[in-house]
Design a protein around this ligand. Structure first.
Ligand code: GMT
Length: 373
């Protein structure tokens, strides 16, 4: 098939999922055209079958807000016609689904269905914002196919947007050959806790610092903070106030998480809400047990007490206790590390999930624009 993919090209789970999906589809012989305003960070255009089309957003003094949706829709329609695309696949509804709807309507020379994959805050936070609500709802409803990365996001879409079209849950996936344990690389000295995120308020990055302060009272551990975003400064200041800054490394944005994760002992993901928790899946595949919050779609991923732990949002004491268990009980750690790896491989590997997308693409093409039932 010839597939057009649009995503946010920056650091963030939805862009990573879209990019990895495109690469996997290309490896399986599909032709994949990325259409975006910048080069997706993890995209390797040396891969045969991968193409990149940049969206240029020209400005004009009259425009307080450059009309990106128009530029994106125009580019999508051009690429679809020039490269005979079979479908468009949008990752993150806002504003991509709206642009795809416009592109589909403009493309009269061929049937151009579009699929919208809902990743999380496009439904739970941004999508529910009154200023975006109606256009988001309409663009999701008009999609020829709708997928959600967890059962939670599917249910939220029905509740918030009253979308009464079928929504297929296709979980996020992991390349378990790339993300894998490295027993030689595991820290022999100080234990390491890892946090990975875009440091937005929803990630509750300050909880990492408060919880780490509790952990440090009992274990000489180190905290590694990977990623960047608005709450990085406040987190650094809090670490100084609590007198633990010497034990925390803020790494900023990282390109190769698969090299970093296996050298750590536990992942801490204290998010307010997490549609799926791709960072937890990456850690699990590397045999690093996650301590996450019981929020959103995380229960789709983690089986509490088996391949990771889930505690309540904001409960620092409980989260610290779970991290301490993992850092001090070698037997528990190795059992949970093996179970985490096993879950990642047997439930979320690319081999299992990519065929679900391929089957869904065929289904949408065959439905011929009838939008399911
Ligand atoms: O974090 C966001 O605001 C959006 C999005 C992104 O682009 O990173 O993250 C969401 O999509 C990921 C990939 O499907 C999920 O693993 C994350 O759980 C989800 N983030 C939230 O729900 C906060």
């Amino acid at each position: 098939m010839r597939i057009g993919i649009t995503c946010y090209p920056t650091y963030g789970g939805s862009g990573i999922v879209a990019t990895e999906l495109g690469l996997e589809l290309a490896h399986r012989g599909h032709e994949v055209h990325f259409i975006s305003y910048a080069y997706p960070i993890r995209l390797d255009t040396d891969t045969p079958g991968i193409y990149y089309h940049e969206v240029e957003v020209s400005s004009y003094p009259l425009f307080q807000y450059p009309p990106y949706v128009m530029a994106l829709a125009s580019r999508m329609a051009d690429v679809a016609e020039r490269h005979n695309l079979d479908l468009l696949h949008m990752h993150y509804a806002i504003p991509h689904a709206t642009a795809a709807l416009l592109a589909k309507q403009m493309t009269t020379s061929r049937f151009l269905p579009y699929i919208t994959t809902l990743h999380g805050t496009d439904v739970t936070i941004v999508g529910a914002d009154p200023s975006y609500y109606r256009a988001t709802k309409f663009s999701i409803e008009q999609s020829d196919g709708i997928t959600a990365v967890s059962e939670y996001i599917r249910a939220q879409t029905v509740d918030f947007f009253q979308v009464h079209r079928p929504i297929q849950v296709i979980h996020n996936f992991i390349n378990a050959s790339l993300y894998r344990p490295d027993e030689n690389g595991r820290s022999r000295g100080r234990k390491r806790i890892l946090h990975i995120s875009n440091f937005r308020p929803v990630k509750r990055v300050l909880d990492c610092i408060y919880v780490f302060a509790k952990v440090r009272k009992e274990v000489d551990a180190e905290l590694i903070m990977a990623g960047d975003g608005p709450d990085r400064g406040p987190a650094e200041r809090l670490a100084q106030q609590l007198g633990i800054d010497a034990h925390i490394r803020f790494l900023g944005k990282q390109d190769h998480m698969e090299r970093l994760i296996p050298h750590t002992d536990a992942l801490h993901l204290p998010s307010e809400i997490e549609a799926f928790g791709l960072a937890a899946l990456e850690a699990m595949a590397c045999g690093v047990p996650p301590v996450a919050t019981r929020s959103g779609g995380v229960p789709d991923l983690i089986t509490h007490g088996v391949d990771g732990f889930m505690e309540e949002v904001g409960n620092h004491h409980a989260q610290a206790r779970r991290l301490l268990q993992l850092l001090t009980d070698e037997t528990l750690h190795s059992q949970m590390a093996a179970a985490a790896r096993h879950s990642a491989v047997t439930r979320f590997s690319t081999e299992l999930v990519i065929p679900q997308y391929e089957a869904y693409y065929r289904q949408i093409r065959e439905a011929g624009g009838t939008k399911g039932t």
